[in-house]
Design a protein around this ligand. Sequence first.
Ligand code: GLP
Length: 243
Amino acid sequence: MIHVRVMKAKNPEEMGKLAADQFEAMIQTKPACVIGLATGSTPLPLYRELIKREQEGKIDFSRVRSANLDEYKGLGPDHPQSYRKFMQENLFDHISIKPENTIVPDGLAEDVQQMCAAYEQKIEEWGGVDLQLLGIGHDGHIGFNEPEDYFPGMTHEVQLTEMTIDANKRFFDSVDDVPRAAFTMGIGTIMAAKKIVMVVTGADKKEILHKTFWGPVDPQVPASILQFHQDVTLICDEAAYPL
Ligand code: GLP
């Protein structure tokens, strides 16, 4: 295991507070910073805490820019299960971030190549991601970068694995409604972030977390590449803590 700072929280609520400390520190030091954001259930305590801290006057999101990791292919911003909708409901609608300063890959893009290239370009124009938030899938995916024979570079289209479709079906009426494809920042995009915070909670993530940071770096466990990043903070609860 190389370069990873581990913070152990008692439970998901405390994880949310520890992760919020990282965002608060970044925004205080650099009010117009670029944050990379993630969906899934794990970041929810963090988002609740960030909303609370802005209400208490501890954080000001009015100059912050944000880029989300991924979006389902075929789901528009108003679709209840789209990641854009998730971000609006769970964070953006409750903080002072400007709508034009939030980007999520366009799930309805017709020219996929162009959309992906423009997404990368926008992040570059902003000066790159200062602080990237990550969750992790049970197969070690980050964003929607699924196990592969190689680490994919930049924002691209992916086919979701059965494991991911199955894990995400809880948000849909039936498994058949889960999109089979998505757009995601690549491993290269993620690794270019200056600082990374990964949040992991629950005993069901213990095994993959162990493989990620205590196993070999392997594209079959996409998150394992984080061992090569210079500034990763892993915030997990006791249930997920792998040692
Ligand atoms: C989805 C997202 C990932 C997220 C993962 C885990 O696949 N694309 O970014 O990390 O779900 O979600 P959860 O935190 O709900 O377990």
